[in-house]
Design a protein around this ligand. Structure first.
Ligand code: ADP
Ligand code: SF4
Length: 691
């Protein structure tokens, strides 16, 4: 199909200093939970975006020096010439498809840990370091340190050009960069020419921009990534204050302005807390100040919104990290007139959780991300079927839907049977919870695609038992029947059922999500510590209930630290609940109250509660799978070659894991799988071995 001419604007080339981007699609720097632990995997992931039409593709922060080291977080050392060869993998992969490669040179300043190299953490002043509960402090940089820092940065820029990059960044964003730390009045208490006035606090930024231009500006574009508005830390730039003044002061210095808000949690805000284009009020002034090209972000997935951003003069480039992860081929789909095929980011930040948990980035929407190299999974191409086997998938949650889609694309005849009257499983339930409507895209994208496929049949209201499955005559069966929330309170903090769990006033998240109405003040007990507990609170408060939230840990929704939502969820819980009790567990439940005991002091208290919701853990819905697997002889005589469980039915996990599991089954159902089913890249494995 041809491109809709309304979107032609998005495909215009744009000059950035001495280089020209082929279009306006710009993958801004983003981390990936791997970095130099698996350089080939990361390079292939970036190359895939260039293949999918992103005109500019950037690295994550590349550390200019070993005093900017983040260990144990995955990061990208670009400390000296020995890193050039490895760093050049990414620009090579990106250039293959005619796109520009950008590198985000940065120094983490007081956000570094330097635990590995044991050099002092550097900052404008001596302050406790960020991002760590450890009692570390920064060294206040003296003039020699500042001179050295400029030298490191300049050398890194020269290395970047040698490695093949077209765009070289100066990083001053997210409260994560030394150059930014000089700007913050709460961090910089210097009294010399690098402290005090804004002119002084921004002196180092100016010097580094000038150094970079001088070193490589004839052949590489120099970009400045700048957080124009700081939400989280005191004393940072504000879009209507020093943020704007800095853009005015430096307006013509960089070849490109990459602007956003800070800290990282606000820049990568989730759909629970913000909509597409949410940064516009903060960043739109930049284009009115500078004539240089501007890139902004805002979880853009709609081409109409993109065009509007450009036409209204908000930005020149459509910047994206997450939309490019969820769909590396987003630009190409717009170009080919296939807008409905875009796999839209749902704004869940499961990708971000990779970095925080030291593990390869996962994506709820895109099961192939970071599997491009190690499993040879292309996001848009899949090998054709190897047989005429027919596949029955039982259960149409995220695992079943993705399995049907991937197997259908391979050309298999697929039948998808779902017990309920609607598709989507847990995604349908969860996306109806407050703030999560964008999550329905996991279902809607797949259902729309499946509806176009003549070889896939979907049956609703078809609860199957083992006998029916055996009688249908399918050669392959995938059981994707999901999981359910436990009713008895067993979870991380209770290894045996909670006393009183079997009363009529005790409910599970499934009950609340399915619309069961409860009476009286409600106590929500969240020992799962992910996102569900707070969603249940929001739903109940919206229904007019008085809610007490109880957590057996010292924090609320601990796991959501990984999606960077935890501070805002916590604040919301304190705002909504009549009381929030941490470090407490349930001792027993009665008809009108709950007895709690403090984890550490053992002190007991009784809280009135007409209803109790136990958000503790889930159990696989695997009875059908177990019944089938228990009788292999009958399976064989029924002509069934294999029965496999996929998704939550195997082990309850994130939605992203169910999607991955369904996809993997469809790819591997006719393959002989190696003992270790993915390739390993050099660095992390040799460093584990001490090499
Ligand atoms: P996952 O996350 O693994 O995809 P979900 O719990 O989201 O799992 O979805 C499982 C789906 O399977 C639900 O929609 C549920 O209604 C359906 N299901 C469960 N048991 C059966 C069955 N015996 N026959 C058909 N569908 C079933
Ligand atoms: Fe978007 Fe979620 Fe995928 Fe991240 S994990 S890219 S937020 S869909």
């Amino acid at each position: 199909m041809a491109r809709d001419p309304r979107y032609d604007l998005l495909f215009e080339p744009v000059q950035i200093g001495p280089v020209t981007a082929p279009n306006r699609f710009y993958q801004v720097p983003h981390c990936n939970g791997l970095s130099n632990w698996a350089p080939s995997a990361v390079a292939e992931m970036r190359g895939m975006k260039a293949e999918g039409g992103w005109g500019v593709v950037c690295t994550e922060v590349a550390e200019i020096h070993h005093s900017s080291e983040l260990h144990p977080f995955p990061s990208l050392p670009f400390w000296d010439d020995s890193d050039i060869a490895q760093m050049s993998l990414m620009p090579e992969a990106v250039h293959e498809h005619g796109s520009l490669a950008g590198i985000e040179l940065g120094h983490f300043g007081i956000a570094a840990g330097n635990r590995w190299g044991r050099t002092p953490v550097l900052g404008p002043s001596s302050v406790p370091t960020f991002e760590s509960a450890e009692p570390f402090h920064s060294k206040a940089m003296d003039k020699t340190d500042i001179r050295e820092f400029r030298r490191w940065h300049k050398n890194a820029a020269i290395r970047a050009r040698k490695a093949g990059f077209d765009i070289v960044y100066v990083y001053c964003g997210h409260a994560l960069s030394l150059l930014g730390h000089f700007l913050y009045t709460s961090i910089n208490s210097r009294t010399d020419e690098y402290g005090g006035s804004l002119k002084n606090r921004s002196r180092l930024l100016r010097e580094v921009l000038e150094d970079t231009k001088e070193a490589i500006g004839d052949s590489c574009a120099v970009a400045l990534r700048f957080g124009v508005h700081e939400f989280t830390y005191d004393g940072g730039p504000q879009f209507d204050g020093e943020g704007r003044e800095i853009v005015e002061m430096f307006k013509d210095l960089p070849d490109l302005w990459d602007v956003n808000v800070s800290d990282w949690s606000r820049d990568s805000d989730t759909s629970r807390f913000s909509d597409e284009g949410f940064q516009e009020p903060f960043v739109s002034f930049v284009k009115t100040v500078t004539d240089k090209p501007v890139v902004t972000v805002g979880r853009f997935t709609s081409p109409d919104t993109m065009v509007s951003q450009i036409k209204r003069g908000v930005t020149d480039f459509i910047g994206a990290a997450r939309p490019s992860i969820a769909d590396p081929w987003l630009p190409r789909k717009i170009d080919e007139g296939r807008v409905d095929d875009i796999r839209e980011c749902i704004g869940c930040n499961v990708c971000v959780s990779g970095e925080w948990s030291y593990s390869p980035m996962r994506c709820t929407q895109n099961p192939t991300v970071l599997e491009e190299w190690r499993r040879d999974w292309h996001p848009e191409k899949i090998p054709p079927k190897k047989s005429e086997d027919k596949l029955l998938i039982v259960g149409a949650g995220p695992a079943g839907l993705e399995c049907a889609l991937a197997a259908g694309r391979r050309g298999y005849d697929v039948t998808l049977a779902e017990a309920r009257s609607e598709l989507g499983g847990r995604v349908t339930l969860e996306s109806a919870m407050p703030g999560l409507s964008a999550w329905a895209r996991v279902r809607d994208y797949r259902v729309y695609q499946l509806q176009q496929m003549p070889n896939v049949e979907i049956y609703l209201e078809s609860q199957l038992d083992a006998e029916q499955v055996r009688d249908f005559g399918f050669e392959r069966v995938a059981i994707a029947t999901g999981a359910h929330w436990r009713r008895d309170g067993v979870g991380r903090h209770h290894s045996v059922p909670v006393s009183g769990w079997d009363q009529a006033n005790v409910f599970t998240p499934d009950d609340i999500m399915r619309g069961v109405m409860v009476a009286g003040p409600v106590l929500v007990y969240d020992s799962e510590s992910a996102y569900m507990g707070s969603l249940i609170v929001e739903r109940l408060v919206a229904q007019g209930h008085d809610v007490v939230l109880v957590s057996p840990t010292g924090q609320i929704a601990g796991w959501t630290l990984y999606t960077m939502e935890q501070p805002r969820i916590t604040a919301r819980m304190y705002e909504m609940c009549s009381s929030v009790l941490t470090d407490c567990q349930i001792a027993s439940i009665s008809t009108d109250s709950v007895s709690l005991s403090h984890i550490w002091s053992g002190e007991e208290r009784t809280v009135p509660a007409g209803a109790v919701v136990l958000v503790t853990s889930r159990l696989p819905e695997d009875a059908l799978y177990q019944a089938l697997a228990a009788e292999p002889d009958i399976l064989e005589s029924s002509g069934i070659k294999s029965v496999d469980a996929i998704g939550d039915c195997v082990a309850p996990h994130l939605i992203a894991a169910a999607v991955h599991s369904g996809h993997r089954y469809a790819r591997e159902m006719d393959e002989t799988i190696q003992e270790t089913p993915f390739k390993r890249d050099g660095t992390i494995w040799s460093s584990y071995a001490g090499g």
